[in-house]
Design a protein around this ligand. Structure first.
Ligand code: G3H
Ligand code: 13P
Ligand code: ZN
Length: 328
């Protein structure tokens, strides 16, 4: 059955677990997530970006989610809009059956320029008010995702923000977070702690100076009842970098967020953990392997099946390590 983000994260907070939020663009990703969840009895958050919605189409996504919940009637599913940029994106998602939306007012609607605090409060409050009228949940974001080593804001759309930011500019401030949640009434709050989207998060295994889990602890101490969200939470595991590079890929060495650091976050109020890149790498790695090992193969299912298996394995691991398993 479909449930809201609020319902799911309230349960997660009560029981002390975290829920991975996996991005979905197509049927294969949906099947892989649901197979992993069914194997370990985990509730699911599936999220579609604006890019996913234009890739698959809203009608296709709506029916896909319906189909997945019919196929797995015992697994609760929250269907969430990832990084909504304005009211129209969020409201049209709800109209297409999403039970939850992210209004990301940390950036202007172009999704490139860091927004003012007042803009963020105003637009997030407005979306939360409307979403709550019709029973949907809302995630807001405060702080700037980006690299604490370089002071560069996250290049979410490839271009990045102008100028360098200081550590204080980027990391979410606990007092401001308390004010933001009180004023907007969001159901969950995405915070910035040094992570960024994509594969190239850190140039070395992150330590506390560049991955500030301590900031999450400080925010949680200030607002213990608020469900926190960690974006940019792919671990970019070495075995997937190797899989891609062993079969003709060319990804420079990189480091993601170690799963044990996410586990620390979950002990401090992180309830939703956004993961897209790891699954992209799982799929692409298997595509590359099949393409090179079986150069005469042309049945797409022969590529898709190992890709789905690799993604299922990754999802299952995260359900187990985040404590989601057994909570469906
Ligand atoms: O926020 C980033 C997610 O990985 C979604 O990426 O906008 O390319 O679908 P996308
Ligand atoms: P990754 O790029 O680390 O998978 O993060 C995804 C994300 O935060 C989607 O909102
Ligand atoms: Zn994100």
């Amino acid at each position: 059955a479909l449930i809201t983000l609020r319902q799911l994260l309230d349960h997660a907070a009560e029981q002390g677990y975290g829920v991975p939020a996996f991005n979905i663009n197509n049927m294969e990703q949906g099947l892989a997530i649901m197979r992993a969840a069914a194997k370990c009895d985990a509730p699911v958050i599936m999220q579609a970006s604006r890019g996913a919605r234009s890739y698959a189409g809203d009608i296709m996504l709506r029916h896909m989610i319906q189909a997945l919940s019919e196929m797995y009637p015992d697994i609760p599913i929250c269907m969430h809009q990832d990084h909504g940029n304005n009211e129209a994106t969020c409201l049209s998602a709800i109209r297409h059956g999403f039970t939850s939306v992210m209004m990301d007012g940390s950036l202007e609607a172009d999704m490139k320029t860091p927004a003012s605090y007042d803009y963020n409060v105003e637009i997030t409050e407005r979306v939360a008010r409307m979403a709550h009228w019709v029973g949907a949940s809302v995630e807001g974001e405060l702080g700037v995702l980006g690299n604490l080593e370089t002071g560069e804001a996250a290049k979410e759309d490839g271009s990045g923000a102008e100028g360098k930011l200081t550590r204080e500019d980027m990391l979410t401030d606990p007092d401001q977070a308390a004010d933001f949640v009180a004023r907007t009434k969001v159901d969950a709050l995405a915070i910035a702690c040094g992570t960024s989207h994509g594969a190239y998060k850190f140039s070395r295994k992150p330590t506390g100076d560049i991955l500030a889990i301590s900031q999450i602890e400080a925010i949680h101490a200030r607002i213990p009842d608020v469900h926190l969200v960690m974006h940019g939470s792919s671990s970019v595991p070495q075995y997937l970098q190797d899989l891609i590079n062993d079969f003709g890929g060319n990804m420079p060495q990189t480091y993601g967020v170690p799963v044990e650091e996410i586990e620390r976050g979950i002990k401090s109020g992180v309830r939703k953990v956004n993961i897209d890149t790891d699954n992209r790498m799982a799929i692409t790695g298997q595509f590359r392997r099949v393409a090179m090992e079986k150069a005469s193969e042309f049945d797409p299912r022969k590529f898709m099946i190992p890709a789905m298996d690799e993604m299922e394995k990754l999802c299952l691991d995260r359900f187990e390590r985040f404590g989601t398993a057994g909570n469906a």
